[in-house]
Design a protein around this ligand. Sequence first.
Ligand SMILES: [Zn+2]
Length: 431
Amino acid sequence: MRIDDAEIRTDLATLCETIGERLAGSEREHQAAKYVAARMRQAGLQEVRLERFPCTNLHRRSADVQEPVATGKGWREVEALPMVGSASTPRKQSVEGDLVWLTLPEAQHRLKPGSLRGKILAIFGPMPTSGSAHRQLLAASPAAVVHIDERFPFGYVKADGAYPYWVSHYGMPPIVSVAYMDAWRWRQTEVKRLRVRIDVGYRRAQSCNAIGELPGTDPSLPAIILTSHLDTLPGNVGADDNASGVASVLALTRAFGATRPRRTLRFIAFGAEEQLSVGAVNHVRYGGITPANTGLILNFDSTASILGHYILWTAGDARLAHHAQKTFARHGVDTQVQHEITPFADCFAFNRAGIPSLWCRRMNFSGGRWQHHSRHDTLENISIPDLARLLPAAAALVGDLANRHRWPFRTTLSPAQHQLARGISRALLGW
Ligand SMILES: [Zn+2]
């Protein structure tokens, strides 16, 4: 299958350079959706459409974190990004307070109602992962929270977002992310106080999914859906996360555009993934997606890092991963397999409905991708030739499965996996 580097380059340049940052519900995200729909039509897809759904748009954001200078005279600013979903500090003014350190999750039990009033809380570790832990954090009433993500020991800040369901149901304190190495220096120099100012504005907005399909010759067979996402977090153009995935799906529309597969192939670029797959959840929940009509999701999210391991992240039975791994290897692409239900990708919405998925990604350090959700997620950090080598393998897998009546693996999640997906969905999405 021929994959044209120049076409991929065009898609990436349009998304990252012409359009740029693509926040959920923003005009630029919408522009990206329209571009993708136009490219789908060009490739010969049918029923190309934009599926609209409500989301929250972060339309105003600024944050400052200041540390005292060593001489005791004045303050110095450090790089900070407000967490998407964060509250503003009162009257959008700076709050100053004693710095209190908390390591999570082990010290969660130290959060007592009112215990952090007037303090700046520095959290080292993951943010609370259960609704009850999150409510404990709120009840402790810190003046502001500074989050240090232990997975990313870097000198620059990574953007992050809170679960929208928690934001709307429980609320959020003012939270900023800072660079790990800034927090490290605060420990070295025994910084005792910080100043934090957060000014964020949200509005209800519309996001959309760009969808197109190639109707199968046998509509009674469950479809294969190839997915990616259009949006980015604040402060980056999302070259790897996820212009690379959108470009992957578009390359596959061109590869299959002139074919007539036995099973329907649907191609989607979702909106608002970074808000925990709002577009994918909307599509599955209200679009009548069930295992009876959908057999497999092949998700492309972050596929083009210039250095890395290809990971086939699967939800489904072990034979699915094995089959995909073998097919990729036959086409010169060696992959690692990981079996896990994760809520942090669009395929999760389909897992929630009992549908298996395979997420194709490329990781460049054991914690993930160093450049993601930061100003470093740029075109120079992704490789078009590598992407062009990956896609024929994916096309071979899809082409084979699309023309088979039976698959050499289960076409639904096991009851245990499905139950797990439903539990995660209830806790994090309220669905
Ligand atoms: Zn992503």
